[in-house]
Design a binder for this molecule. Structure first.
Ligand code: SF4
Length: 358
């Protein structure tokens, strides 16, 4: 298909079909950056309320930079991929402290922000500054693969190079911001993964996939996601004092999922076990005195992440308050229930708490 016709089709289609979304009414790079980070791996419908919460709570990059990480994670709670929230916060601090709140104003400068890769930098540069850079996300891969009939694996290095070069060659000289947004929107609404609306598509006469009936085969993505099964046994150490319930919680650290969020004492094993079997091979059981009471064991909860399938059980253990200051509990912090409400927590933990304590 001719380059000019392709761009005209996208621009015309976008003018008629674009969704009315708040980040499309602004040229402020801070808001556009927020929307792009929130929408990575997230559908618009799910991401929209988070965008609104962030804009309201942190109306400027300075406000976000000056917030404490725990509050940022709490606001992010439920969106998953928490490293995005931590990077967002770190990048806001960078803009505030190193650049005196002046948001980077070009593709190259944007790349210096933590968590901002090629895609996000080009999206911000294009949408906020109308810089002539191609934006290639999953939607764009699909549209290009189908219209131009390209069967190169989009997950391969060669595929990335080929699609990037094609996207660059198709960029119109003007309205690149509208064009890039139009490409992504066209992939999201018209040329969708499962049921592309070919019958009412302006690309129809020049689309290779439509002409050859290859919509289901394109794009080609060979890399398969490896799903890892994990088995979590959470020990909920709890005690009561002055009619208040206290639970032992731990802030997660390191490179594993949910870093920075709070959960309970975790024993991870290669399969699910009941409390008795768990005690047989765990160090904590050696500490068990007669005063510790195992009061409840939950059913197994399933929690699915993109690369991981987690099954979790919760084991409630009542401990006397007099024993909670011993060395064994040094990594736990005992919180009152109303304090726990404000902690950033994985959805799995939040749901369990809501069901059992609130
Ligand atoms: S004709 Fe079908 S496959 Fe081709 S661009 Fe349009 S919706 Fe996508």
């Amino acid at each position: 298909m001719d380059k000019h016709l392709f761009a005209d089709n996208i621009l015309n289609w976008y003018a008629k079909n674009k969704r009315d979304l708040p980040w499309r009414h602004t040229k402020d790079p801070y808001f556009i950056w927020l929307s792009e980070v929130i929408l990575q791996q997230t559908r618009v419908k799910q991401g929209l309320p988070y965008y609104e919460k962030f804009v309201e709570t942190y109306p400027t990059v300075k406000d976000l930079a000056e917030a404490d990480e725990q509050s940022v994670l709490r606001l992010w709670q439920g969106l998953g991929y928490y490293s995005r929230a931590r990077n967002l916060h770190a990048a806001a601090k960078f803009v505030h402290q190193e650049l005196a709140d002046k948001f980077p104003a070009s593709y190259q400068e944007l790349l210096k922000m933590k968590g901002v890769g090629k895609y996000t930098a080009s999206a911000i540069a294009s949408f906020a500054y109308n810089e002539k850079v191609e934006v290639v996300d999953g939607n764009v891969f699909r549209v290009l693969a189908r219209v131009f009939g390209i069967a190169t694996d989009i997950a391969s290095h060669q595929g990335a190079k080929e699609f990037d070069a094609l996207a660059k060659s198709l960029l119109p000289d003007e309205q690149t911001d509208e064009y890039n947004q139009g490409m992504m929107e066209f992939g999201a609404l018209q040329c969708t993964p499962q049921k592309p609306n070919c019958m009412y598509c302006p690309m129809q006469s020049g689309c290779v996939a439509f002409q050859q009936g290859k919509q289901k085969e394109l794009p080609v993505k060979i890399k398969k996601l490896k799903i890892k099964n994990r088995y979590f046994h959470y020990l909920i150490f709890e005690y009561q004092k002055n009619d208040e319930v206290f639970l032992g919680m731990k802030q997660r650290v390191g490179k594993d999922i949910w870093s920075g969020l709070y959960d309970f004492w975790l024993e991870e094993k290669s399969a699910l076990q009941n409390t008795e079997a768990l005690m047989g091979e765990s160090d904590w059981a050696k500490e068990l005195t007669e005063e510790w009471v195992i009061s409840k064991e939950s059913v197994a909860y399933k929690h699915i992440l993109t690369h991981q399938r987690i099954q979790a059980t919760f084991h409630h253990i009542q401990v006397p308050v007099s024993q909670t200051d011993q060395e064994f509990f040094k990594d736990l912090h005992f919180f009152k229930l109303d304090e726990i409400v404000d902690l950033p927590k994985p959805v799995l933990i939040d749901n369990y708490l809501n069901k059992n304590f609130f």
